[in-house]
Design a protein. Structure first.
Lengths: 453, 278
């Protein structure tokens, strides 16, 4: 309209200049921050990728193990003990059982190694090799495998039956190249003839790499490392998880509800609150000591038992569940409480009908995280004797057992490094798979609960 | 006075809703408050409120933010009990019965004095369960058929039944804001209260939903004693027969709505109504 400059116009121009200058700086800072973020995420992803890459590349091959396929002849001249006792021939069940036991002892004393040897030699008739070196090819429990086949079905006597026998750990190493194949004879685990036979067997298909189901069905083994499996450790972990879930969830949720909704706010409850938070930060090995002192020494519970392990892990999981449940309770909108109270619901009814159900997704997540944490815990279990070598699948929570992470620790320390390095990674894969499964269940349940809410 | 006319249109409809003194005679005093004080810790929020609230009429509490009108409302069904550090003094009587007496169970009181809140707060449950919750916890229904009857009649009284009759099992949180608020009113009615407290029930709603709720309040006053806190003076003028003006924790003036809006005695009331304070 007119040329007259409005008062303050020049000041406005100055301000705009200032803003523009500061804008450049702000944009630079934003770009810097964005790049720093991208870089740190890339670094973290890189490390995770390296970790998984190493575990998978090492562990996956051990799920396929060298297996020797032979025709075993159950030679009547070698197998002692005569025919299996028949129930009809005995006056009582007890007599029959005694006869069976006697028969089994006699059968066990037969020369099963000879049967294994004959079967192996049949696959390479012209190959000259000493018996001892030949037997090194297969795992040392091969003779029990044949014996158990005979126990299960004594009709095979005098027959030739196809059998798959796991190669020994050393053979597996040799064929997979996890041992240096160029090392001189005195640094090799197997005799030169055994190695040559293994190569020949692999070439003619007698040895193939079969999926090692026994990793999931067998227990740990020291005499025949090739047959070592995770079943015992898995069951031990399972029993502990059950103990943890059964104890930690109700106790944790009840404590959280009491502290958050019912407890008077005073010094004592403040003290309890501080100590629950402290408990979450106590090193896990200290819980192991506590478990050894209280549950084993004082209460006299059995050593190495999943029940004790579960109790110790419950103590460790409780703070996680209590803290998460309290946070979830605090996050329930006050309008919901008011709605219930305004209708004449009592404090109890308000908490249990309306407030607590809102926390289920949070409690569930905390439970799964806590249980997954407990599943991976090793240190406290060492102190209550769960790192012992256990050759049985525990039948209940009071039997001696070990746990998956402890099994990893034990295998990692095994003297047959070449074989057990891969086996350790395989166990880690199983453990991680279990954790992934637990987390997937948590996410699935939470999304379902949230949808319902 | 043209400011006043602009702020509050005293239409003939508004006037129709106010009661003449003869009509008020049919409305005996239901609630009596004497020298009610509230402290939140050190801070005194209410300074000696004394008021009589008539039966089957709408009493509106107006006043600027923080004047204590909601605090006083929450004294009537003892919702202040749930606030830590809140201390209530004085006396409030419902039908001559001291509601702060130790003999009185607060659960029973809240079954007689229902409440509707500022923000619609249905439970995250089905529409049916929302309404049925109160009767269930108080054991009002003897059978499923009884409960159905209570739910349907409550939804009908809240003017919601026609809109939701085909989806009673759907979540109450899926309704629109205005419908949610009517659901909350139905939920309060289902318990069979004598008094309904409403804490700014329309402040989170759009004008159309507000109009529906106001109409509903006007219908409900035939059967219930209603106390409503509102920020909107137009609303107070439209729905209430009695109005009380609060300021800084004091009850400045109360009386017939028509009187308060056209002829306030107190200068502060006048200022507030004309938009000078608040």
């Amino acid at each position: 309209m007119t040329d007259t400059v409005l008062p303050g116009a020049s000041a406005g121009a100055q301000n705009r200049d200032q803003v523009r200058k500061s804008l450049t700086r702000r944009h630079r800072n934003e770009a810097l921050f964005r790049w720093a973020g991208i870089l740190s995420i890339a670094a973290a992803l890189g490390f995770v990728a390296i970790l998984f890459g190493m575990i998978l590349s090492k562990g996956l091959p051990s799920f396929w193990q060298s297996t020797v396929h032979v025709e075993a002849y159950f030679d009547p001249e070698l197998i002692e003990g005569g025919p299996r006792p028949e129930l009809a021939d005995f006056p009582s069940q007890a007599d029959y059982q005694e006869a069976v036991n006697k028969w089994q002892r006699a059968v066990t004393l037969s020369n099963w190694n000879r049967i294994v040897e004959t079967a192996l030699r049949a696959e390479a008739p012209d190959f000259e090799i000493e018996s001892r070196d030949l037997l090194e090819l297969v795992n040392s429990a091969a003779r029990f495998q044949l014996r158990d086949m005979y126990f299960a079905n004594s009709d095979v006597l005098g027959q030739t039956v196809p059998v798959s026998i796991l190669a020994s750990a050393n053979t597996d190493n040799w064929l997979k190249g996890t041992i240096n194949r160029d090392a001189p004879d005195d640094r090799q685990q197997l005799a030169a003839t055994t190695r040559a036979l293994a190569d020949q067997f692999e070439a003619n298909g007698t040895i193939s790499f079969d999926f090692a189901w026994h990793i999931f069905t067998n227990v740990d083994s020291r005499s025949a490392p090739a047959t070592a499996g995770l079943a015992g450790a898995f069951m031990g972990s399972l029993y502990m998880m059950i103990v943890v879930i059964v104890l930690a969830v109700p106790i944790g949720v009840a404590s959280a509800v009491y502290l958050e909704e019912f407890a008077p706010k005073n010094r004592l409850t403040d003290l309890i609150e501080v100590n629950i938070n402290n408990l979450a930060a106590v090193p896990s090995i200290v819980f192991g000591l506590l478990g050894a002192a209280v549950f084993i020494n004082y209460l006299g519970l059995p050593r190495s038992a999943p029940l004790v392990g579960g109790l110790v892990l419950t103590l460790m999981t409780l703070p996680t569940i209590i803290i998460a449940t309290r946070a979830a309770l605090r996050a329930v909108p006050p309008s919901l409480r008011q709605a219930a109270l305004g209708l004449g619901a009592s404090h109890n009814q308000t908490v249990f009908h309306h407030v607590l159900p809102m926390t289920y997704p949070g409690v569930l997540t905390a439970t799964i995280i806590g249980v997954a944490q407990a599943l991976g815990e090793t240190a406290p279990l060492l102190l209550i004797g769960m790192s012992a070598f256990i050759a049985n699948i525990p039948a209940g929570p009071l039997d001696s057992a070990t746990a998956l992470p402890v099994q990893i620790y034990l295998w990692q320390g095994n003297e047959n490094r070449n074989f057990f390095e891969a086996r350790t990674s395989a166990a880690i894969i199983v453990l991680l798979g279990l954790m992934l499964l637990l987390n997937a269940i948590a996410i699935f349940l939470r999304s379902r609960l949230e949808k319902r809410a | 006075m043209d400011v006043l006319a602009g702020k509050v249109k005293v239409t003939s409809k508004t006037l129709d809703q106010t009661m003449n003194p003869a009509e008020l005679m049919d409305h005996p005093i239901r609630l009596t408050a004497r020298d009610v004080t509230v402290h939140y810790g050190e801070k005194q929020a209410l300074h000696g409120i004394s008021i009589d609230i008539p039966d089957r009429a709408v009493t509106a509490f107006i006043g600027p933010s923080g004047c204590g009108k909601s605090t006083f409302l929450r004294c009537i069904n003892r919702m202040n009990d749930t606030i830590e550090g809140a201390k209530v003094g004085g006396k409030i009587e419902l039908d001559g019965e001291d509601i702060y007496s130790p003999d009185l169970d607060v659960v029973e009181l809240r079954a007689r004095v229902g409440m509707v809140f500022q923000k619609p707060n249905p439970f995250p449950k089905s529409i049916y369960d929302n309404v049925a919750y109160g009767p269930r916890i108080h054991g009002l229904a003897k059978s499923k058929a009884d409960l159905d009857e209570i739910v349907i009649s409550s939804l009908r009284k809240a003017g919601l039944f026609e809109e939701v009759k085909d989806r009673l099992s759907e979540p109450g949180t899926g309704l629109s804001g205005g419908q949610q608020q009517r659901l909350c009113i139905a939920r309060a009615i289902a318990v069979g209260p004598e008094v309904i407290l409403m804490d700014e029930p329309c402040s989170a709603l759009d004008p159309i939903a507000t109009a529906i709720i106001e109409e509903l309040i006007d219908e409900l006053r035939e059967n219930y004693t209603i106390v409503i806190v509102t920020h909107s003076m137009q609303q107070a003028a439209r729905v209430s027969q009695k109005t009380a003006f609060f300021h800084l924790g004091n009850l400045i003036e109360h009386g017939d709505t028509e009187e308060i809006f056209t002829n306030p005695v107190n200068k502060q009331t006048q200022d507030y109504i004309m938009g000078r304070i608040g």
